[in-house]
Design a protein around this ligand. Structure first.
Ligand SMILES: [Zn+2]
Ligand SMILES: [Zn+2]
Length: 286
């Protein structure tokens, strides 16, 4: 989305539109087919259960979509101009594949200094602070400023997919088993509706599984204060301060904002400095 090359910017739109299409399809399959056309007419389904199902699916779906959009359309953490202005003439150290705590290196491609933990993304054509990886599905780099949104997108995506999958499993099993309830449901949905409903359920289950693996790996990375690049570094991690402090470095001081795809209210780092960072907020405690 923010690549220097306009051709790459245009090409990034394709996978993002595909993901948005999956979001819309799942919403339609759950709400318009499963709930409105199917569930409403099922015998023996308490209305309260249907209401809670719909509430949780739509809340998780909305939070997942919000996180996805924030992840795609936010600055992932490109080196800010104020930092470049301040460090234009600083003595840089040669870059190598390992820990460089508190040290400024030089990017050979951008030909400018860059702060600790920053890496050059060949797709974006720029250096990204605390770069994790370039994700084609969000069409953006995942770095210091949007890694939190990426993790939340996976968490809420899993919850939404799980709600769909777990709600539909007994119905699918009844349909496949040709029980009375299954026959009634097929009759109420129609062949096209049955196809959309079951395709949505299979997609939700597959996404739930795939996202769970990704989510757990990124949760672990957050807990040990490493990126997907730094995970291969040898030696002791100089940034690790314990699980909670490590998570705070990515999500800010603990608060309700941890659960929402918004910038941390009380950030623990500006992305340029990670050791002895002095937060402007006096309550910050760092
Ligand atoms: Zn660079
Ligand atoms: Zn990138």
């Amino acid at each position: 989305m923010y690549a220097k090359n306009p051709l790459i910017r245009v090409a990034s739109v394709g996978p993002v539109l595909l993901v948005l299409g999956i979001f819309c399809f799942e919403w339609y399959a759950f709400n318009c087919v499963f709930m409105l056309r199917g569930l409403g007419r099922w015998k023996g389904e308490p209305i309260e259960v249907a209401f809670f199902r719909a509430f949780f699916f739509n809340a998780f779906w909305l939070l997942a979509l919000w996180s996805f959009l924030r992840c795609s359309f936010s600055d992932p953490g490109f080196v800010p101009q104020w930092w470049l202005d301040q460090n234009r003439h600083i003595r840089t150290e040669p870059s190598f594949f390992g820990w460089m705590p508190g040290r400024v290196s030089s990017c050979q491609k951008c030909e400018v200094p860059r702060p600790e933990r920053a890496h050059h993304c060949s797709i974006c054509g720029k250096c990204v602070m605390r770069m994790d990886h370039h994700c084609p599905w969000v069409g953006n780099c995942v770095g210091a400023k949007n890694h939190k949104y990426f993790i939340l997108m996976l968490a809420y995506g899993i919850l939404a997919a799980f709600t769909y999958g777990s709600s539909s499993y007994p119905i699918l099993a009844a349909m496949i088993g040709h029980s009375g309830r299954g026959r009634y449901t097929i009759g109420s949905l129609g062949v096209k509706g049955w196809g959309i409903f079951s395709m949505g359920a299979v997609l939700a289950a597959s996404l739930c599984l795939a996202m769970s693996v990704l989510f757990l790996s990124h949760l672990w990375l957050m807990a040990v204060n490493r990126t997907s690049i730094e995970v291969a570094y040898a030696g002791r991690n100089p940034y690790s301060q314990g699980i909670f402090a490590n998570a705070s470095q990515l999500c800010g001081r603990f608060g309700v904002d941890w659960l929402l795809p918004i910038a941390p209210f009380r950030p623990m780092t500006d992305g340029c400095k990670y050791l002895d960072y002095n937060c402007v907020d006096p309550e910050c405690g760092v």
